[in-house]
Design a binder for this molecule. Structure first.
Ligand code: NAD
Length: 335
């Protein structure tokens, strides 16, 4: 989803864009045969987008996509699911850790002058975030003493899940290629990003999953008590942050990026917001907590605000509205 929006953003601006994707998402998760293919087809409307179907683990495929005239690589290709990583740690490692290394290596050899953006995750902080004292309220948890999580949280000596580890390997390799080879690198440790063209399901893209389930009148399972809180960011705001970093006079940088303290919601609250908009009830089942599921994660986005002059512009109500319109117009994909 993020790659699709980034491609559209630059295509609309008139840039020449190459999109590289193995179209693996549907195969990896097997829940929907048309998700990533829909986004792939969507981009065919732009004459200035070249689409290359290939795998980041494959050198011949990358040779076709990485050329000396690239100005920017926005690396969004990934297996993005914690659950998948626990069930398939080898695939998770090869796609997220080795795949990222492979893209960086191609870049080092072919277009070192370009800017590299890496989509990292709050999961790199693992359960250190869960050590912070919380307050339990009616429909949400809150941090007791902290407003939000900045980039200085300790990373090692805590459980992470294989996904948290494989993404951190990509994160730290990205930083290292900045330090040792002088590549301009931006690591964005993303919280929950949502938006149109995100085929959310139980294990990835929970907010869109809840919207789709409500519209299609399918039950959702909440793992834990539903009071988990996340800061949510509309995908367009994420792409603006990437673009501001690309234009900024900065070198290696690591940013926590999300909606920040002003855009937080618990699972239970989000379901209520969706129900209020559609007038339809969501059928909820509860199941046990998932491994390393942080009860509260809220990004401290001050660093991105100060360094890039960036702030989120799309509130949750407007973002939900855009996704709802998209789901209603595209019900055929969710039947
Ligand atoms: N969406 C979120 O809330 C969120 C949160 C934290 C981090 N992230 C990170 O952001 C990035 C983008 O996430 P997304 O939500 O757009 O996920 P997505 O699944 O929609 O997009 C990932 C794309 O990578 C492709 N892909 C998978 N394996 C590949 C391979 N070996 N070679 C080439 N392409 C491959 C998939 O087909 C898919 O189109 C990922 O790195 C993810 O870990 C996302």
């Amino acid at each position: 989803m993020v790659g699709s929006h980034a491609a559209e953003f630059y295509a609309l601006r008139g840039d020449e864009v190459t999109v590289f994707d193995s179209l693996m998402r549907s195969r990896l998760f097997g829940y929907d045969k048309r998700s990533v293919e829909h986004n792939w087809d969507y981009l065919s409307r732009f004459k200035n987008i070249k689409r290359i179907s290939g795998d980041i683990r494959n050198n011949l495929d990358l040779d076709e996509a990485v050329s000396g005239d690239l100005d920017v690589i926005i690396h969004t290709a990934s297996q993005p699911s914690v659950g998948f990583s626990i069930a398939n740690p080898a695939d998770d490692y090869l796609i997220n850790a080795f795949g990222t290394f492979n893209v960086l290596e191609h870049m080092r050899r072919i277009c070192k002058h370009a800017t590299f953006i890496y989509c990292s995750t709050n999961k790199v902080y693992g359960e250190h975030v869960s050590d912070l004292p919380l307050v339990e309220k009616d429909k949400r948890y809150s941090f007791r003493d902290t407003g939000a999580i900045d980039e200085n949280v300790k990373i090692d000596s805590a459980p992470h899940t294989p996904y948290g580890v494989s993404k951190y390997v990509g994160d730290i390799y990205t930083q290292e290629y900045g330090h040792i080879y002088g590549i301009k690198t931006g690591v964005f440790r993303m919280s929950c990003t949502y938006g149109t063209r995100q085929f959310g399901f139980a294990d990835q893209g929970w907010l869109n999953h809840f919207i789709i389930a409500n519209v299609m009148q399918r039950p959702v399972t909440i793992y834990g008590d539903g009071k988990q809180v996340r800061d949510v960011l509309y995908v367009g705001d994420l792409i603006r942050a990437f673009d501001m970093f690309i234009k900024a006079d900065l070198k290696n940088s690591v940013f926590n990026i999300g909606g920040g303290p002003d855009h937080t919601v618990s699972l239970l609250e989000s379901i209520e917001m969706i129900e209020a908009r559609t007038g339809l009830e969501t059928k909820i089942c509860f199941d046990k907590w998932r491994p390393s599921d942080q009860k509260v994660y809220i990004s401290d986005i001050s660093k991105a605000k100060n360094a890039l002059g960036w702030s989120p512009t799309v509130g949750l109500d407007d973002g939900l509205g855009m996704v709802l319109d998209w789901v209603k117009k595209n019900k055929v994909f969710f039947e």
